[in-house]
Design a protein around this ligand. Structure first.
Ligand code: PLP
Length: 310
């Protein structure tokens, strides 16, 4: 059973079991592969995707230690901040968000959402944000006393352990490959960590010059015996960058499958998967699962009309 020790939280948040759906496309047929999608984007109307899983052990701790606020970090369009704000509001946990960059005149839709959900926001300069030195952390301690600090993007062993719950949804389904987008690599590590080494787990990086996966996995305490595959070619210029090719892929994908993708993560992962299929990366007979990790609120930063579903 998924969430055996976390079911209290998922039921308080009304989290649904995600479906796995099969996708149909001539390209898949021509190359003899099956492609399915795990719809983590559908587990909840607001906190969709992988972010909830990375948060879940921190939320559990906060519920058990009443009055300890959760403090975490993110940029102006952070899915992580939005998910944290919403989950904390629902569970009556105090939440503080440290936002990257000086406070702008018009704050982003994401940060507005955080404020509406009762998150206290502090804006700090980009240089301070990047370093988060000992003095800065000490100041947080002085100001907020006892608190639960969640690293940016949930990058931590607890975040990884939470992400491994995602395996429960597909472990008994005989997929030969699982593809997912990689940001901090916490979710990737969680899925690899509890994988049986029969399924090939393929992480597709969404940042440029991603060259420290091994180090990240060591930090997250993933045993070296666990196999994984990382592909860094589909970043489209870097984190949160997009190109007309990516946007038209998102529109075509939506027209064909009626599934929305976000431009920061899931569109790059799906584009990469299609490209790898057409390049015969997967042997015929492969049964591929793509994980839709949610994050659709991020499309709010695209200009109106750019994608056909916004
Ligand atoms: C944050 C995020 C990711 C990346 O997850 P990591 O655990 O940081 O690698 C992937 N997809 C979506 C939609 C996200 O919001």
């Amino acid at each position: 059973m998924p969430y055996s020790d976390l079911s209290g939280i998922t039921s308080s948040l009304n989290i649904k079991e995600p479906e796995i759906i099969e996708l149909h496309d001539e390209i898949f047929e021509e190359n003899g592969v099956n492609v399915s999608m795990l719809r983590l984007d559908k587990i909840h109307p607001v906190i969709s995707g992988n972010k909830l899983f990375k948060l879940i052990y921190f939320l559990k701790e906060a519920i058990e230690c009443v009055n300890k606020p959760i403090i975490t970090f993110g940029g102006a369009y952070s899915n992580h901040l939005a998910a944290t704000a919403f989950a904390c509001k629902q569970l009556n946990i105090k939440a503080v968000g440290i936002a990257r960059g000086e406070k702008p005149k018009a704050i982003s839709h994401t940060l507005q959402f955080c404020l509406q959900n009762g998150m206290h926001l502090e804006f700090i300069s980009r240089s301070l944000y990047k370093n988060k030195d000992a003095e800065f952390l000490q100041n947080l301690k002085n100001k907020y006393e006892e608190h639960i600090l969640i690293p940016e993007g949930g990058f931590s062993v607890l975040g990884k352990n939470g992400a491994s719950f995602i395996n429960n949804y597909f472990v008994d389904k005989n997929f030969t490959h699982v593809c997912l987008p990689v940001g901090t690599a916490t979710t990737f590590a969680g899925i690899v960590d509890t994988n049986n080494n029969k399924t090939k787990i393929i992480g597709l990086g969404v940042l440029k010059n991603f060259d420290d996966i091994a180090e990240r996995f060591t930090n997250l305490k993933v045993p070296r015996s666990k196999k994984c595959f990382f592909i860094g070619d589909y970043h489209f210029g870097g984190y949160a960058k997009e190109t007309p090719e990516l946007i038209s892929f998102m529109n075509r994908f939506y027209s064909k499958h009626s599934i929305q993708l976000d431009f920061v993560y899931t569109a790059k992962m799906m584009f990469g998967t299609y490209d790898l299929i057409s390049k015969k990366y997967f042997e015929p007979g492969s049964n591929i699962l793509c994980i839709h990790t949610g994050g659709l609120q991020g499309n709010g930063s695209l200009a109106e009309g750019k994608i056909i579903y916004k």
